[in-house]
Design a protein around this ligand. Structure first.
Ligand SMILES: C[S@@+](CC[C@H](N)C(=O)[O-])C[C@H]1O[C@@H](n2cnc3c(N)ncnc32)[C@H](O)[C@@H]1O
Length: 337
């Protein structure tokens, strides 16, 4: 069995930086665009494949460090941004993180999702918030942006969210939160996530949240013209889906919920990291490709993800929707200008 310590990337941040220097840095496909208005640099905790990074670089921000425990995520991050993330956040001393204006934390969502058992911060993965708190307390960035599943707002009767908000308030931040849906920011994916914004010295609950704006990109623009035949489901699955459901339109993404009910929409339900293999099917006939999953999360086609399809499903299902982060970050920039 492979353990996380077997990974060639596993280790302390300074060791990883040395390893990266020795291995030669990959090119950055997403260098900062233009001059940022307020927040110039960021640290990317739980960086995954870099949804925060793509959005921040569009606003001219520069990454000073990233970390993620998943080797496949780190590999993708390095291939696209030329920066190899460190590993386990619990092993990173706050003093090892270069100074930064904004701290991003796409916290692991399992402890708070409806799929999990909703133990919230009591779950060891939920306690990773304490790592965020530790680093914010030590480094005091001007801004903090946390993203999680919508169920985080009700986990433990709201106590998990209260804890996060009051701990950031105690550290001198004005805190606000809102549930935003990727569908309202131009993506054909219904994906509701809570965004928690904390700005140092800012009034509480007064963050100017972005308003839903762009028209939805048509699903047809996201779908590949010539998907590989490996995406096609078996005849047995296809028949079962078509026996259970008739779609009102095409193309559509068919969704099968946990109790077997099939529905379809001209957009996708939320991509999930650990869902069953066939829960989302294009027109009840084929699975989504890696490129389609990236597009559904708003990653541009310059982004490369050279991973097996099971890893690609996990990585894209975990990612943050880029246009939503970009819209929130733009308001954070304005608030900190
Ligand atoms: C919800 S995902 C964040 C995805 C990211 N925002 C993106 O756009 O791809 C949470 C991430 O936390 C990582 N993670 C879990 N435990 C961790 C730990 N102890 N240290 C660092 N990263 C960890 C997971 O590997 C996963 O990639």
């Amino acid at each position: 069995m492979t353990t996380k310590t077997d990974s060639p990337y596993y280790g302390r941040f300074d060791e990883i930086v040395a390893a990266l220097a020795a291995s030669g840095e990959a090119a950055d496909r997403f260098p900062p665009q233009g001059t940022p208005t307020g927040l110039a640099t960021f640290a990317d905790l739980f960086s995954g494949i870099g949804g925060f990074h793509v959005a921040a670089s569009r606003l001219g921000m520069e990454c000073v460090m990233a970390c993620d425990i998943d080797p496949a995520a780190r590999e993708a991050y390095q291939a696209n941004f030329g920066l190899l993330p460190a590993g386990d956040v619990e092993k990173i001393h706050a003093s090892e993180i270069p100074e930064h204006d904004a701290l991003f934390a796409g916290l692991p969502c399992q402890p708070f999702s409806i799929i999990g058992d909703r133990r919230g911060l009591a779950d060891p993965r939920g306690t990773l918030y304490y790592e965020v708190e530790r680093i914010v307390a030590a480094r005091q960035p001007r801004a903090v942006l946390i993203e999680n599943v919508k169920q985080f707002t009700t986990a433990q009767g709201g106590r998990a969210l209260d804890y996060v908000a009051s701990s950031l308030a105690d550290l001198g931040y004005g805190v606000d939160w809102r549930i935003l849906n990727a569908l309202d920011f131009g993506l054909p994916q219904r994906r509701e996530r809570v965004f928690i914004v904390a700005l140092r010295g800012y009034p509480h609950q007064s963050f100017p949240w972005p308003t839903p704006c762009e028209p939805m990109t048509p699903l047809a623009d996201i779908l590949e013209v010539d998907p590989p035949s490996s995406a096609t489901v078996s005849e047995r699955i296809r028949r079962a889906r078509h026996a259970a459901h008739t779609a009102a339109e095409r193309p559509a993404v068919w969704h099968e919920n946990k109790s077997g009910k099939v529905t379809s929409h001209p957009y996708s339900c939320a991509l999930r990291a650990s869902a069953s293999y066939n829960y989302l099917l294009v027109d009840g006939e084929r699975r989504l490709t890696t490129r389609e999953m990236l597009r559904l999360q708003g990653f541009p086609d310059e982004y490369t993800l050279d991973a097996r399809i099971t890893a690609a499903r996990r990585l894209t299902g975990n990612a943050v929707a880029v246009p939503v982060v970009e819209a929130v970050l733009r308001e954070m920039q304005n608030a900190c200008a």
